[in-house]
Design a protein around this ligand. Structure first.
Ligand code: DC
Length: 233
């Protein structure tokens, strides 16, 4: 039997990491873990519980709640939509975590070292058996440095903002493309410049810029890479 691989997909915000991860997890019948959703879930908790006053995150209270197990994140498969969805303390929060309010605060939350430690431990536990596709910012560099295949995905900032704009518009969110582009650039900056596990391409990662390639083309390219890895194992 083939070894169950660990596939790490890292890259910039809104460049289609989750689309690629979902496509290949479906193809190989692997579990997909969206680590960004985990940082978003913690951010949602911060907003809901008023641990952010518009200027500062109340880190002391957040640490207390995290350590006390008050922030339980899990993914549950929705058979109707054929995708796994994010839950916080048993509550479905998939829509809430994709909105602009969470998007604007998630990078500052993801900078906090004790938040990262907690979520990274959880991610390692979720993926240790293999047979997973995990996407994020530090999967190939930190969560699974020995992943069987590492992809570093990117696209030009303007292309990413336009894609995100179309996605939010379709959902009825009223945001301008300028606001999204600003958010995309800000997140790139914060994600790449933070002290703990910044976003960077792992030395052994394969770089894919998908500005000019289609979703199906990128899935095909990565599927071939995985098939080659499976033959090696
Ligand atoms: O992939 P996303 O846009 O849903 O991620 C949301 C934020 O979470 C992003 O700004 C950076 C952060 N993040 C991170 O720091 N580490 C990860 N492994 C995944 C996401």
């Amino acid at each position: 039997m083939n070894k169950k691989l660990i596939i790490a997909i890292d890259g910039h915000s809104s460049c289609g990491k989750s689309t690629l991860a979902k496509d290949i997890s479906k193809h190989f019948n692997y579990r997909y873990i969206d680590t960004g959703a985990m940082y978003r879930a913690v951010t949602f908790y911060v907003i809901e519980n008023k641990l952010y006053d518009g200027k500062k995150i109340n880190e002391e209270a957040l640490k207390k709640d995290l350590d006390a197990g008050k922030i339980a994140i899990d993914f549950r498969y929705n058979p109707k939509l054929k995708k796994s969805e994010t839950y916080l303390n048993g509550k479905h929060i998939e829509q809430e975590i994709r909105g602009i309010e969470v998007s604007n605060l998630v990078s500052p939350v993801a900078v906090i070292p004790f938040v990262r430690k907690k979520l990274v431990d959880l991610q390692r536990a979720m993926g240790k058996e293999g047979g997973i596709v995990m996407d994020g910012r530090d999967i190939g560099t930190n969560v699974f440095p020995n992943a069987d295949l590492k992809i570093f995905l990117t696209a030009d900032a303007e292309v990413r903002a336009k894609r995100r704009y179309e996605e939010l518009k379709a959902k009825g969110d009223k945001v301008s493309i300028e606001e999204i582009l600003k958010n995309v650039k800000e997140r790139d900056y914060i994600d790449s410049h933070r002290e703990t596990n910044p976003l960077r391409q792992a030395e052994d990662a394969v770089l894919i810029n998908n500005s000019n390639i289609s979703i199906s083309e990128q899935a095909e390219i990565v599927t071939k890479m995985i098939e080659e890895k499976l033959l090696e194992n």
